[in-house]
Design a protein. Structure first.
Length: 137
């Protein structure tokens, strides 16, 4: 039996988090939720999700940055894809983060409000890439 992929949403906006969770669940994913970086790290360590959606500005403006860095230092989480979903660009015009920005160590960036169809497509692509890497000799 094929197990469903687990996605962790770390975001302090309960309406956004629940809307994305409902969309992803309807698309066939199991979804875990955390309201801040501390809870997100705890849930990620306990559940080892297949992909993480991370907000940046939560209790502190940079909380998501530090949470991602801590996840990358955690052996069991260091290879879990992390997609940043944030209104950071709206809050700090001109500020941009690319996946090549190794200081953040994320895999993709999506600006809020997020296009859920585009997000779902990128999630599917990334999880398929990860599955291929795991099967390769």
């Amino acid at each position: 039996m094929h197990s469903r992929h687990k996605i962790l949403i770390v975001d302090d906006d309960p309406d956004f988090s629940q809307a994305v969770a409902s969309f992803l669940e309807a698309s066939g994913y199991d979804v875990l939720q955390a309201a801040d970086g501390t809870e997100g790290l705890k849930v990620a360590k306990a559940e080892r999700p297949d992909l993480i959606l991370m907000d940046i500005m939560m209790r502190e403006r940079t909380e998501g940055f530090f949470t991602i860095q801590e996840m990358r230092r955690t052996p069991a989480l260091k290879d879990v894809p992390i997609f940043v979903v944030s209104s950071l660009y709206a809050q700090i015009p001109g500020f941009r983060i690319t996946p090549e920005a190794s200081w953040l160590a994320h895999d993709a960036f999506f600006a809020k409000p997020v296009d859920l169809t585009q997000l779902l497509e990128k999630i599917r692509q990334r999880l398929a890439e990860t599955a291929r890497k795991e099967v390769a000799p």
